[in-house]
Structure formats: structure tokens, C-alpha cells
Design a protein. Structure first.
Length: 220
């Protein structure tokens, strides 16, 4: 069964996103617990972002599994496209929630700065996420499945947020007086981009006729 899934590009993407979902769940719960324990608004708002991301990615993965069982191409596409549009709403929520995180950084200077070897771990995770997101969008760009497109978008957004955290940490290590402000502004720009992408997904029109999509395994 594993060999079957690994041969299919869409299933490989789903498996990678499942692993990413598990990691994000632990990060979100961990930040929420730290936020409540330390009474840190920054940790709590950060946890809110991660939990929304987990909910969005979780529902997309669940519906991907449901869609695989549908034999009718038209019904399958209708379900996948409805998930795509619903995910646009989640992206808008992600944009708003992360905007709150960045506004708190900018106005209250409330941010947790990593130090020691954790800095290198954070940077490694961030650039790995970005590399995976770019790789997925380039290598699997021929996959036209709406749910897979949604999962690739979630990966890109997750990677950009990790880059903001890494930028904040590295600039602080360099003793830059504008480390938090610059990172917060960059994060706000990313938040606005997330929101705009969500709006685009919400208003995207469904194809009138469904033809066989390039890159899709006909045995699915």
C-alpha cells in the first residue's frame, strides 16, 4: 500500500502534508501552553495562527481522502473545488491572525527571541520548509487537483511565517535596533498577501467542463 501511494505524485504530496500537519499541531499546542503559562500574548496569538493552519490543512487532507473514493470525475472535481474555496476562507483567517501577531510585535515589542543552538535549529527548519514549498510548486506544478493546489499554498504560507521568525532572531543576534520593527513589517506584508490569496481563491470560478487533468494517475 505504501509503495502504491509513493508512486502517485498527489499521494506523495498528501503524505508530506500529513507529516507537516502533525508537526504544526505540536507547535501550536506547545505555544498555547507556553502562552497560558507565561501569560504571553505573543505566544497565544502565535498559537492561534498555528491552530487555524492545522484546522485548514486537516480538513483539506480529510476531504482529499474522501475525494479519492469518488468514481465520478465530475462529482470528484465538485468536491475538490468546494474544498479549494473553503480553504480560501481559511487563508483569510490566517492572514488576519498573523497580522495580529505582527501588530503585537510592532506596537508592544512583544516577541520571544530564541538563543543558543536553538537559533540554528529554527533557521534550519525555516529554510527546509521554504525549500520543500518551492520544490513542491515547481516539480508538481502539473498537478491541477484543487486540493493539492491548496495544500501547496498552505506549505508556502507556513514557510514564509517561519522565515519571519528566523529573520527576527538573526537580526536580533546582529544587535540591530530595528530587528523587531523590520520583521513585524515584513510579517504584515506577508499577512496581506495571505489575505489576498484567500480572496482570490474564494472568488475563483469553477471550470465549466472537466477534462482529464495532466499529471493525474488514471488509476486513482
Amino acid at each position: 500500500m505504501l509503495a502504491h501511494y509513493l508512486r502517485n505524485a498527489q499521494d506523495r504530496t498528501a503524505i508530506v502534508n500529513t507529516a507537516s500537519l502533525v508537526l504544526n499541531i505540536f507547535i501550536g499546542i506547545g505555544k498555547l501552553v507556553l502562552g497560558l503559562y507565561l501569560l504571553s500574548g505573543w505566544f497565544i496569538t502565535n498559537a492561534l495562527y498555528y491552530l487555524i493552519l492545522c484546522a485548514a490543512k486537516g480538513q483539506a487532507l480529510h476531504m482529499y481522502a474522501v475525494a479519492k473514493k469518488i468514481e465520478s470525475p465530475e462529482q470528484k472535481y465538485d468536491l475538490e473545488f468546494s474544498v479549494y474555496k473553503r480553504s480560501g476562507f481559511f487563508l483569510c483567517l490566517l492572514g488576519v491572525s498573523y497580522m495580529l501577531v505582527c501588530l503585537r510585535m510592532y506596537l508592544a515589542r512583544d516577541v520571544f527571541i530564541f538563543d543558543g543552538f536553538i537559533v540554528y535549529l529554527v533557521a534550519t527548519i525555516a529554510f527546509t520548509k521554504l525549500a520543500v514549498a518551492i520544490y513542491g510548486n515547481i516539480v508538481y506544478r502539473q498537478l491541477k487537483n484543487p486540493i493539492i493546489s491548496t495544500l501547496k499554498m498552505f506549505n508556502f504560507i507556513d514557510a514564509m511565517v517561519s522565515i519571519v521568525v528566523t529573520q527576527t532572531t538573526l537580526l536580533t543576534m546582529q544587535a540591530s535596533p530595528y530587528a523587531i520593527s523590520v520583521s513585524a513589517l515584513f510579517g504584515m506584508a506577508c499577512s496581506a498577501l495571505f489575505f489576498l490569496i484567500g480572496i482570490y481563491m474564494l472568488y475563483k470560478k469553477k471550470k465549466e467542463s472537466l477534462t482529464e487533468e495532466e499529471g493525474v494517475d488514471p488509476s486513482m
